[in-house]
Ligand binder design. Structure first.
Ligand code: AHR
Length: 690
């Protein structure tokens, strides 16, 4: 690592750091690098601009079993028997000694047109003590907790002659412990929905090595459709969300939710883009679809569920509408007549979200249980639309939306590469300029994120606003969630958002979730992870935030509404050598990356100045802070600091809170003071000023 002080920019500053330069010169003569001695100067009387109230939010999609097997609380995997065309995956036959039977997918007895496959159970030998039935193993297990009420439901019908009752039970994987059970009687030759409550007792530890079983105690033939099991959900919604994951998100206080993707919006082919109309209403009418992330989505998490998720966390929906790009080879719906039905779908979708009950789709929403419209400001057209005639498709969709909804802000999702020489991001839309540009940056090293942290500092303020719609420091490369090195890169990058949050108006780390139960074999059937490095991890029993998650919690919860002008000097650098590209050619030139990152905002009501400083080094750094133009800065204040003993340290399901921010009362602040920043630390100093 090379440490070199950056050059000063003005005379007073030069005088101030002269000792440092001399030390540096001596160091060079002695063959040693000089320790940097940074000074952050804050101009409390110079407001650079407003800091966007929407800056920190969430980007989400069905990937890594984010919803099915994740946030969406359903416990039965393959509940509609559509996940695999050849076999009833996740289902097994359970039978007592002496009983005999088979299970198989059956297309001849569909539940309805939406769910055209049922599970057939044929019991050839059975009785009260020789029961046979079906069992589901859940999403890498089914979490069973003491004193908890579960709701099981299923559709069933029987061939003539079946007389027995059914027993529904929550039990461990070998059936030796039954936590709760209930009987269902009166199964006939017609499809009917049955529902039971399964309430567990006390005196056992929560576990996930469990299954849901439905058994019959008489021979006969039965068919099952849409078998479902829900634990208690947030706000007791019947089709609701997992409270533990929602509690984590509530800590973050995201301002918006970008949904439904990502690649998930587009899908691989015309059958499998996000068809929002098929995600509404009763679950038995939702066929689900194949996600581009190579597993089937139940669509239990449908458009209204996304919107209610927004409502629960007081987020604004940021709705991405399908724009005609399909991810499979060459798939594109060309602008013009062919695209028109999809333009209409987008208009209908916006009406479903925002229309009052006098509108067709607003009335549908009311029928689905939510009469009140949702507030919508931003609509994104497509996702990472890098192929074909996006210019034409964007214009057609843009013009139709603006004609009906002139106040909506439209986001262009075609940006590749960073800020160009003209100080702007370069769009593939050339016939017009979108209100907002969505830019994505995934880096493979913390140094790359740190290097990129200044990219918006010279952005052309007359250009479109920026939505950093997907970004992450993907370190370490193959793990489900990032370590502290990733968080340091993220925090450095976020200082760039905050210094420029007059114009970087929103940012959403991606992906948000990963089911960590079986990350091996990434993306292959049975693997729970399709994309490594995600903000929040979970399994059937619990969830945790990565250090990167807590960096965002810190940043979002400690931010003012005004960006203060600031500068930094005396900062060292270290060298970042990006690897050669995939073509194996020459690597790009090595870059010098600063070793300190900062941003300053102020709350106009309280006068609190939030100074964020990131020390990515493994050594302490003494940072001098000079606040100019404030009448007074109190000696007492507060700090919020997150640090780690090494960049490799991280949180996990076993140690969910190993690295978290710590808030402490502070003294020794003022208009001019020096702080020693701990090695590998993300620091927020809250300074009371007026
Ligand atoms: O976040 C994972 C994927 O990365 C998104 O689906 C896509 O938009 C991007 O390429």
């Amino acid at each position: 690592m090379k440490l070199t002080p950056m050059s000063p920019t003005c005379l007073p500053r030069l005088l101030q750091i002269l000792p440092v330069l001399l030390a540096a010169a001596c160091g060079v003569m002695a063959g040693e690098a000089a320790a940097p001695s940074p000074t952050i100067t804050i101009h409390a009387d110079q407001i650079k601009g407003p800091s966007s109230p929407m800056l920190y939010g969430i980007m989400t999609e069905e990937i890594n079993y984010s919803y099915d097997g994740g946030l969406y609380a359903e416990l039965v995997q393959n509940r509609a028997f559509l996940d695999n065309a050849d076999s009833p995956v996740h289902w097994s036959l359970v039978q007592d000694t002496g009983a005999a039977g088979t299970i198989a997918l059956d297309k001849t007895q569909p539940l309805n047109d939406a769910l055209p496959v049922s599970l057939k159970l044929e019991i050839t030998a059975g009785g009260a003590q020789q029961r046979a039935g079906i069992a589901n193993d859940g999403y890498w297990g089914i979490a069973v907790r003491p004193a908890t009420a579960y709701r099981a439901s299923f559709y069933a019908k029987a061939a003539p002659g079946f007389s027995g009752p059914l027993t529904v039970s929550l039990e461990n994987n070998d059936g030796s412990t039954v936590f709760a059970s209930a009987n269902v009687t009166g199964v006939t030759g017609a499809w009917k929905k049955y529902e039971v409550k399964l309430t567990t007792g006390r005196g056992f530890q929560p576990s996930a090595t469990n299954r849901l079983a439905i058994r019959a105690s008489a021979p006969g033939t039965l068919w099952f459709g849409l078998v479902s099991l829900f634990p208690p959900t947030l706000n007791n919604r019947p089709n609701g969300l997992r409270p533990d994951i929602m509690a984590l998100l509530a800590e973050y206080k995201p301002a918006f939710l970008r949904f439904p993707g990502g690649n998930y919006l587009e899908g691989n082919d015309i059958k499998n883009y996000f068809k929002w109309k098929q995600t509404l209403g009763d679950l038995s009418q939702r066929p689900g679809h194949m996600s581009p992330w190579r597993y089937r989505s139940s669509d239990g998490m449908g458009l209204l569920e996304y919107l209610e998720w927004c409502e629960d966390l007081k987020m604004q929906p940021l709705l991405a509408v399908f724009a005609g790009l399909l991810l499979g080879q060459g798939g594109e719906i060309l602008p013009g007549e062919a695209l028109q039905p999809y333009v209409q779908e987008a208009l209908d979708e916006i009406e479903y979200v925002t229309g009052d009950t006098s509108t067709k789709w607003g009335a549908e929403r009311a029928k689905d249980g939510h009469p009140a419209p949702f507030k919508l400001t931003y609509v994104e057209v497509g996702n990472e639309d890098w192929r074909g005639d996006y210019n034409g498709r964007f214009k057609q969709i843009h013009d139709a939306i603006k004609a009906k909804y002139p106040n909506l802000q439209l986001i262009d999702s075609s940006i590749r590469g960073g800020v160009g020489a003209n100080g702007r991001l370069t769009s593939r839309v050339t016939d017009l300029t979108a209100d907002v540009h969505d830019h994505h940056l995934y880096t493979n090293s913390e140094l790359q994120s740190e290097f990129s942290s200044t990219s918006y500092d010279n952005y052309d303020r007359k250009g479109p606003k920026v939505f950093e719609g997907e970004w992450a420091t993907r370190v370490p490369a193959n793990q489900p969630t990032p370590n502290f090195a990733g968080a340091l890169g993220d925090a450095a990058y976020m200082t760039g958002f905050e210094r420029n949050s007059d114009m970087v108006i929103m940012a959403g780390y991606a992906p948000l979730f990963v089911n960590i139960s079986n990350p091996a074999g990434r993306g292959t059937p049975g693997s729970s992870m399709q994309w490594p490095v995600n903000l929040i991890g979970f399994n059937a029993l619990g969830s945790y935030g990565s250090p990167s998650f807590y960096a965002q919690v810190m940043f979002n919860n400690n931010r003012g509404d005004q960006i203060l002008t600031s500068s930094v000097s005396g900062v060292g650098t270290r060298t970042w050598q990006a690897p050669a590209g995939r073509d194996g050619g020459q690597p790009p030139p090595a870059r010098e990356v600063p070793t300190l990152f900062h941003a300053v905002t102020r709350d106009s009501k309280t006068g609190i100045i939030y100074l964020k400083v990131v020390n990515p080094l493994g050594t302490p750094q003494d940072v001098h802070v000079d606040i100019q133009g404030a009448r007074s800065v109190a000696a007492k204040g507060e700090s919020v600091i997150m640090k780690a003993g090494s960049p490799e340290e991280t949180n996990s399901i076993a140690e969910p809170k190993k690295i978290v921010p710590v808030t402490a009362a502070e003294t020794g602040f003022g208009a001019s003071f020096t702080r020693t920043l701990a090695p590998y630390s993300i620091n927020i100093l809250k300074l009371s000023s007026n």
